[in-house]
Design a protein around this ligand. Structure first.
Ligand SMILES: [Zn+2]
Ligand SMILES: [Zn+2]
Length: 397
């Protein structure tokens, strides 16, 4: 094997271009996967977007990068770290949460513990039903949310653009009322947020993993610039990827089922009629949109209390595996072995162990590759992830 010495980065002002670069501008986020074909570049760009979450219905913004303003639901305020969100946040309140009675905000927002939450400044009201709109009409001096630059209304967030106004309407038609959708989208789903630096490094890792898919048209020698960036960030250690099941024997693999990922599967569409590589096509969720066979995959489920879209937490994985995993932590075999809880079958002549179980009982893995996932927990158990799942379901179109 040839050994190519890695090039050196400029590193001035965080610049990640190669040392002595020709362009006069420094660039901390160069597209070092530019040698890839446009399909792969699109796939990487998409991975940097916050996924639409029933956008129109809940005031979420679609098709924007993850380092955008996020929406913090008021009911999550106690579990989020607001300082995570360097690209600003806005708090979403339902009228029922804000108003005591028509035209009277709850005391806690006026003079109490939540008086730092100011509708029109760092918060807005989302009207989801006409009923709520009738019960708690916007205050007389309130305006619809919008965007302004130097006092002039604009359509897009950007430098010098300010959010103004107090409320948005996302009300479906319900006789005798017709549907109303007014006021600008407010931000992205907070659990999908990543700052620009993190978002960039995630793309670097994902590009690196594309190179390692089976039958990939690329070689690592094409990617020496990418490689040096990963090395500098401590993201090149193959053992780490192998332990997580993101790579297996140096090839890109799905962290749940551990099957190798073929390059073609990144772009092949699921075909629900013929089954989608799933053993049971009937389990496809009704109304689910078509997807590629292989998608961005998070090892840790989306949560409000931490940033999940980080380079250590991403992989390419099967669409079906992602669906099966749901809101569970995808624990690798190495991780479960480390925790050392063996599970077995009690037989007359002793116990036959066959795998390792996670401490939360949600996953069992056998050393031969089989995976078990807990579908339903014991009665009476409720977890934060279940709450979040409920919310995601609510927010879906
Ligand atoms: Zn530079
Ligand atoms: Zn899989």
């Amino acid at each position: 094997m040839n050994y190519f010495e890695l090039p050196t980065l400029c590193r001035e002002y965080g610049c990640r271009l190669l040392k002595d670069h020709k362009s006069s501008k420094h660039d901390p986020y160069p597209m070092v996967w530019n040698f890839m074909n446009s399909k792969d570049k699109d796939k990487l760009a998409k991975a940097g977007f916050a996924t639409p979450r029933g956008g129109a219905k809940a005031g979420y913004q679609n098709h924007v990068v993850r380092n955008s303003q996020v929406i913090i639901p008021y009911e999550k305020i106690n579990i989020v770290s607001l300082n995570h969100y360097q690209d600003s946040y806005v708090i979403r309140l339902y009228p029922e949460q804000y108003f005591e009675a028509p035209n009277i905000p709850k005391h806690k927002f006026v003079d109490g513990e939540d008086s730092w939450i100011k509708v029109g400044v760092n918060a807005y009201i989302l009207y989801r039903t006409n009923q709520a709109y009738q019960n708690f009409t916007p205050l007389a001096d309130w305006k619809l949310r919008g965007l302004e630059k130097n006092g002039v209304p604009v359509n897009k967030r950007g430098k010098g653009v300010k959010d103004v106004g107090h409320y948005i309407l996302r009300m479906p038609a319900l006789s005798p009322y017709s549907a109303r959708s007014e006021g600008a989208p407010q931000g992205v789903f907070a659990p999908e947020y990543a700052d620009a630096e993190t978002n960039y490094l995630c793309k670097c890792v994902l590009a690196w993993l594309i190179i390692h898919t089976v039958e990939s048209p690329y070689t690592t020698t094409l990617a020496s610039h990418l490689k040096v960036i990963l090395a500098q960030e401590g993201l090149l250690d193959e053992t780490t990827y192998e332990n997580k099941g993101v790579l297996r024997h140096g090839l890109c693999s799905c962290p749940l089922c551990l099957k190798f990922i073929n390059y073609k599967e990144l772009h092949q569409m699921t075909n629900f009629e013929l089954g989608s590589g799933s053993e049971n096509a009937a389990e496809q969720i009704e109304g689910a949109t078509r997807s590629t066979l292989v998608n961005l995959f998070h090892l840790l489920p989306l949560k409000y209390d931490s940033i999940i879209h980080i380079p250590q937490n991403i992989a390419w994985g099967h669409h079906d595996c992602n669906t099966k995993l749901g809101q569970r932590h995808c624990r690798s075999l190495a991780e479960l072995q480390e925790l050392d809880w063996k599970v077995g079958i009690i037989k007359p002549d002793g116990i036959e162990t066959f795998g390792w179980i996670s401490r939360d009982y949600l996953m069992i893995r056998s050393p031969l590759g089989a995976v078990w996932i807990q579908i339903v927990g014991d009665y009476g158990s409720s977890t934060e992830t279940e709450d979040l799942k409920a919310e995601i379901t609510n927010d879906s179109p």
